[in-house]
Design a protein around this ligand. Structure first.
Ligand SMILES: *Cc1c(COP(=O)(O)O)cnc(C)c1O
Length: 401
């Protein structure tokens, strides 16, 4: 820590103060903003220092794949925000998902996962891990008996996202964590859609939480990043040895962009949530819309749970257009403000047709199991004026009348 870094007690700070000042470690130059250390390696004054660094006797950086001061600032800021013991930054959200799973699983182990998964999460659980002899069971919804029935003596990990992509199913983190822990399994939660601004799964019992920082943390569509939050013990014994040697290193440049993104993350997420709630209300009264999916909308099937578990309803709204693919495509073609994109968590509002993009590869059967219809559209609400977004959706939807 440089001499310009004030000695304060960041664990007592509110989230917004943590987001602006958490992890800040100034160099001897006293720069206001976080410094970007674009270096792959480090030098030593003498061979003894190198020896001590490598033996762990002396703290300090040895190689960019093992650590970087800008990346360390980002990890510390995120760790404070989440209220976790430890944080590990990686190159993307999927590097985080894969690292959190692969660091602790081996052939013969079993994973229990929610059936509602982001496309790449679904591929990892149902296609990639099985190639290494790791089996899985998928469970639907919040049926406690079904989660209990899925547990086996070999179950090591319970994996889910809430709210889920794209239909915003809300899973009961506390209930699933209780069931998992009773079976001796660790709970891994993909908290990308909720963000740590709305929901802190560790407070509800999760052991490991991960993020795609590509989404709301950057929030401005620039860089990739991922983050894994865990106990110190899990990081030291499982994550570090796995990630250091397999190489999903976060670029210091991306870490710097993400540090600056964190400063405004809460303001951006809250603004998008406010618009998303208004949009969900507006969509519910448009005749060309069959159904709206929004966690804090009264029509949501887990409305009470979503109110309890999430501080706000989130930045994502899904809806079924009356009709099928053709009617959904008609709407997409007519939009004048909202962009067609499968990305999300951006300052620009983005809309996608999951059945032909993010959830195309999983096939029609898995889509049917997840309840994803051909008329379904998933909207990521950005920072434009809500009135402009509602007007855009209304005029586009009128094409089907
Ligand atoms: C985008 C996303 C990921 C993967 O993140 P990348 O940064 O694209 O690798 C994982 N889970 C969810 C829910 C996502 O939306």
């Amino acid at each position: 820590m440089g001499k310009y870094t004030k000695k304060q007690n960041p664990t007592g700070w509110g989230d917004q103060t943590k987001l602006v000042r958490g992890g800040l470690s100034r160099s001897e130059h006293g720069e206001t903003s976080e410094a970007m250390y674009l270096t792959s390696g480090y030098v030593y004054d003498d061979p003894e220092t190198a020896e001590r660094r490598f033996s762990g006797e002396e703290e300090g950086y040895v190689y960019g794949r093992y650590g970087n001061p800008t990346v360390s600032m980002l990890e510390e800021r995120f760790r404070l925000l989440e209220g976790a013991e430890a944080a590990y930054a990686v190159a993307s959200g999927m590097a985080a998902a894969w690292g959190a799973l692969a660091c602790q699983l081996k052939a013969g182990d079993h994973v229990v996962a929610s059936k509602d998964l982001f496309g790449s999460n679904y591929q990892v659980i149902t296609n990639i891990l099985p190639r290494f002899g790791i089996t899985y069971t998928l469970v639907a919804g919040n049926d406690e008996a079904a989660w209990k029935a899925a547990m086996k003596p070999q179950t090591k990990v319970v994996f889910f996202e809430t709210p889920s992509n794209p239909l915003l199913e809300v899973l009961d983190v506390a209930m699933i964590s209780r069931v998992a822990h009773a079976a001796g399994a660790r709970v891994v939660v993909d908290n990308v859609f909720a963000t740590p601004i709305l929901q802190k799964p560790m407070e509800l019992g999760a052991d490991i939480v991960f993020y795609s920082n590509t989404k709301h943390t950057d929030g401005q569509g620039r860089v990739f990043g991922g983050m894994i939050l865990s106990t110190q013990k899990f990081k030291e014994e499982l994550l570090k040895p796995f990630l250091r040697h397999t190489g999903p290193t976060l670029s210091p440049f991306n870490a710097w962009v993400l540090l600056k993104g964190m400063e405004t993350m809460k303001l951006r997420v809250e603004a998008s949530c406010k618009s998303a709630a208004e949009i969900a209300d507006a969509l519910a009264s448009i005749p060309q819309v069959e159904r709206v999916y929004y966690p804090h909308h009264q029509s949501h099937s887990q409305y009470a749970l979503a109110k309890k578990q999430m501080r706000l309803g989130g930045t994502m709204v899904a809806f079924d257009v009356k009709g099928a693919k053709e009617q959904a495509f008609n709407v997409l073609r007519r939009l004048k403000v909202i962009d067609i994109s499968n990305n999300l968590g951006d300052s620009k509002s983005l809309i996608t047709h999951p059945a032909t993009t993010t959830h195309k590869n999983i096939g029609p059967e898995a889509r049917a199991l997840m309840g994803i219809k051909d008329g379904c559209l998933r909207l990521s609400v950005g920072l434009e004026d809500a009135a402009d977004l509602i007007a855009d959706l209304k005029q586009a939807l009128s094409v089907n009348s």
